[in-house]
Write a protein that binds this ligand. Sequence first.
Ligand SMILES: [Zn+2]
Length: 469
Amino acid sequence: MKISLFSLSAVIALTIALSPSFSAAFPTNINRRPHNASPNPNAIADTSNPRSLAVVTSFKNHRVVRINISTKADLKVLTDNEQDLGFDYFTHDKGIGGAIDVRVPAQSFKTFQGLKLNYTTVVEDLQAMIDEEQRTNEVYEEQVWRHTVNQIKNTHSVQGREGGENQIFASPLAASAWFKGYHSYADHVKWLNAQIAGSKGKAKGFSAGKSFEGRPQAGIRFGTGGKHIVFHGTQHAREWVTTMTVEYMITQLLNTKNKKVAGYLKKYTFHIIPIMNPDGFVVSQTTNRLHRKNTQPNGQCLGTDINRNWDSHFGEGGSSTDPCAIDYMGPRPFSTPEASNMARYLRSLPNVAAYLDIHSFSQLWMVPFGYTSTRPGTYAYMDGLAAKAVTALEKVHGTRFRHGDIFHTIYQSSGTSVDYVYEVVKAKVAMAVELRDTGRNGFMLPPDQILPTGEETWAAMAAILDNIK
Ligand SMILES: [Zn+2]
């Protein structure tokens, strides 16, 4: 029996098949809640045990609403109710005059309407969107990816098990099919190994350390320059397009035929991790599509927000002490192995010329600080690079990004990777990027946008690499 890619429905079916007490344990409303759970609706979403097939989180009739915040009073109503109503902030702009996208759980919607905030509905039923994503991926998996793998097997003499897999995942035919859909964690691991094996010694594999559940934070390292460039995707699990985009940039940087790229590899050494939060990523593919945090248990809720857990102005605003909140900072700085490992790895490098933490969504290219409104000493240099990046990005497909410091561009946040890497690691440039889109599809970015997102982000990255001092 095989539970493979995007198997949420398979998991549900299997759960029914395996569990004799299914009907008793899970009433027909599959938005189910453990008996001892609190009324906090976020607790329902985040209680999923990643090791149990029995708990699959449904977002049936959860809405995404865009709330317009015009007064201080609006802001107060929002923050006063966020915990009780289980708001899950999809975007960050909580300032007056701004708008913010929020997931409102089905059972909170009536109360939410009673708050009389000014809002429009962006997504009517989030589960329908998740189901659609899964259907699209199943079709892709069947008709494009498996088909391509078979084609490679038939036209090339593919060697034994591991060598064969590397040959398949690194072949040019596979490269063109890979970015047309989303992939399972297991396939991402194979893909990265294949790039390393196929680089003819140019690239080496490394791991920043082990996740809470013991998965490697696996990366690829190449280049011979004295300036180090570090970037990663998926610090937040549900932001799937970030993994694909980081992988797309790896393929561009490993393209030996491009003269400009050859120059980058002489000037820089690259350290790239497609999946910084592997445990959370697996949860987002198996039990809770909207899981954001890692998987350290915190009483009744699952996970710490890794990007509020770095040892830089920890807990100084824009992070939560509530273990059920999506931005739960953890009990102490670096309580998450994922952040602590990454920090140790970064500190071991002699000269970090640029660090980029790739997120989705909102279309923003940001620099420190998140914790304070005071801008860093080298703000002009960093934001100048960000400006060049978004100009280059827009030229590719017309996608418009905003740029600036985190505090002013979105909202205060503390304990984040970029503040730490700028202040403690002393990286010359630290950037937090939010890829496509601006909310229409949000985390469920359709697969036909993977390649364009990769192309435009690569253009932005090249602009940065061209202009680093
Ligand atoms: Zn994120």
